[in-house]
Design a protein around this ligand. Structure first.
Ligand SMILES: *Cc1c(COP(=O)(O)O)cnc(C)c1O
Length: 428
C-alpha cells in the first residue's frame, strides 16, 4: 500500500467510516518531520516559528510545538490556542496590521516575547497601554522594505502595503524609541511573501533583511535581540513546480546566517513558516455522491468542495491548476479517465479539480486532495450554503484523533435569532 491511501497504517476508508466525510486528515508524523528536517539542515541558531494562520487547529499546533517549533500568532483566538497548547510566552510572537487594544493588552499580560508592530499609530497605542499597566512592551518593527526579490507567489516588498512601516519612514524617525518610553525596541521583522520555491530568493531575502536590520539598529540606536527574516517557504502543488531542496537551501542560506550570527551572538534569529510546516501533512477527503456526464465530460459530485478548500480553485492564477488528487479506495486501478471533481455548492466555481486523471469513479468512492494541510477550511467560505465546518482528524502514533468536530446544523442556526414576532408579518 502506498502512503497516500493510508496514514500510519490506517486505511483512509476506515477513518472516513469512523468520522464521516467531508474530512480533513492530518498525519502527525509528517508534521513533526517538517520541523525536524529544518532543524537538521538549517543553521542551529535559526528558530522556526509556526504561523498559525496556515492551520490554527490546536492539535496541529501542539504536534509542531512538540517537534520544536515556536509560534507566531495574529489574533486573540490564536494566542489562546498556543497558550492552551502549552507554548511558553518567550516563544510566542504576535503580528498583524489591525491589532485591537484587547489583543495588545493580552500580549502584555501573557508576557509574550515580542509584539511585531506594523504602524506608527499602533506603536503609540502599545506605548500607552504599556504605560497604563506599568510595564515596558518589547516591540519589533515590521519593515516594508524598499526592495523586492522575485521568486515569491505574492511579493511583499517594494510596494505600498498595509503591512509594516516603510523603510524610508523608519529612517526618518530615528527618535522613535525616545518618543515611546514604555516601549523597548528590540528587533526587526521583514516578510517578503508567500509560496517561495526558490532557494536563491530565500538566500537573497535573508541577506538583504540582515543588512536592513543592521542599519535600523544603528540609526535608531537599539540592540537587536531578534531578527525575524520572515519565511513564506512554499511547497509544490502544481505541475511544473518543484519542492524546495533542504540541503540546497541550507547550502545557500546557512553561510549568510552564520556570518550574521557570529557578529550578533545574543540575537535570536527567527523564521516564520505556515504552509511549509502544514501543507504536506493534510488530505481533504470527500465522498462522491453522484457521477454524471455533461456534454461528453465526466463529473464526480462530492459531499464537500471549495466551501472547505478554496485554495483548490486556484492560487493567484486565472487558469485552473489542479492540486494532486487521488481516488483513495482505488489504489490499484490505472488513472485513465478524465474527471471534473465538484462539490455541493450551487456555483460553477465549486470545482476541486478540472480534467483530473482518475480511475473510473463511482458513487461512494473517496477522493482525496493531497497537500491540503495549509489554508484549508479556515481560509474557505465554510458557511456558504450553510454546510459548516468539516471534521478534522489527526493521526498520532498510529491512532486517529478527532481534533475538531464538524459543525452540526444546530451549530449553524444557534447564532441566528428570529426577530420578535410582533415585528413580523403573519403569513396570509
Ligand atoms: C501569512 C504569513 C506567514 C505565513 O506564510 P506562509 O507562506 O504560510 O509560510 C508568515 N508571516 C507573515 C507576516 C504572514 O503574513
Amino acid at each position: 500500500m502506498s502512503a497516500e491511501f493510508e496514514v500510519q497504517g490506517i486505511p483512509i476508508t476506515e477513518i472516513a467510516e469512523e468520522f464521516g466525510t467531508p474530512l480533513y486528515l492530518y498525519d502527525g508524523d509528517e508534521l513533526a518531520s517538517r520541523v525536524h528536517g529544518l532543524k537538521e539542515h538549517m543553521h542551529p541558531r535559526l528558530e522556526f516559528f509556526f504561523s498559525l494562520k496556515s492551520n490554527p487547529n490546536i492539535g496541529v499546533c501542539s504536534v509542531l510545538h512538540g517537534a520544536g517549533a515556536r509560534v507566531e500568532c495574529s489574533s486573540m483566538a490564536e494566542l489562546l490556542t498556543v497558550r492552551r497548547a502549552g507554548v511558553a510566552p518567550e516563544n510566542i510572537i504576535f503580528l498583524g496590521p489591525g491589532k485591537s487594544a484587547h489583543e495588545i493588552e493580552a500580549c502584555l499580560d501573557e508576557g509574550i516575547y515580542t509584539i511585531i508592530c506594523e504602524s506608527f499609530g499602533e506603536l503609540a497605542v502599545i506605548d500607552e497601554l504599556a504605560r497604563l499597566r506599568g510595564v515596558t512592551a518589547p516591540v519589533a518593527l515590521r519593515i516594508n522594505p524598499s526592495f523586492a526579490v522575485k521568486g515569491s507567489g505574492l511579493t511583499m516588498g517594494g510596494k505600498p502595503r498595509q503591512f509594516g512601516i516603510d523603510e524610508t519612514q523608519v529612517f526618518d524617525n530615528a527618535d522613535l524609541a525616545q518618543r515611546h518610553p514604555n516601549v523597548r525596541l528590540m528587533g526587526v521583522q521583514v516578510y517578503m511573501g508567500t509560496r517561495i520555491l526558490s532557494e536563491e530568493a530565500i538566500a537573497e531575502n535573508t541577506e538583504r533583511i540582515f543588512e536592513l536590520a543592521n542599519r535600523v539598529s544603528d540609526v535608531l540606536e537599539f540592540p537587536l535581540d531578534m531578527v525575524d527574516i520572515g519565511g513564506g517557504l512554499g511547497v509544490a502543488y502544481f505541475e511544473g513546480e518543484r519542492d524546495l531542496d533542504l540541503p540546497l537551501l541550507a547550502a545557500r542560506v546557512n553561510p549568510i546566517i552564520a556570518e550574521f550570527a557570529d557578529a550578533h551572538p545574543e540575537t535570536r534569529l527567527v523564521m516564520e513558516l505556515g504552509r511549509y510546516l502544514t501543507a504536506t501533512s493534510g488530505t481533504y477527503v470527500v465522498r462522491v455522491a453522484y457521477v454524471k456526464e455533461s456534454m461528453g465530460e465526466k463529473f464526480a459530485v462530492a459531499d464537500g468542495g471549495t466551501n472547505h478548500h478554496m485554495a483548490a480553485v486556484g492560487i493567484g492564477s486565472f487558469v485552473k491548476r489542479n492540486f494532486p488528487m487521488r481516488v483513495l479506495n482505488r489504489i490499484e486501478e490505472p488513472a485513465n479517465e478524465s474527471w471534473h471533481v465538484t462539490g455541493p455548492l450551487c456555483t460553477p466555481n465549486d470545482t476541486l479539480g478540472k480534467k483530473i486523471a482518475l480511475p473510473p469513479v463511482r458513487p461512494g468512492d473517496l477522493v482525496g486532495v493531497l497537500r491540503s494541510g495549509a489554508y484549508g477550511p479556515t481560509a474557505s467560505p465554510v458557511l456558504f450554503l450553510s454546510h459548516g465546518y468539516p471534521a478534522e482528524v489527526l493521526v498520532l502514533n498510529g491512532r486517529a484523533h478527532l481534533v475538531r468536530e464538524r459543525d452540526t446544523t444546530e451549530d449553524l442556526l444557534r447564532h441566528q435569532h428570529l426577530p420578535e414576532t410582533a415585528a413580523l408579518a403573519t403569513p396570509e
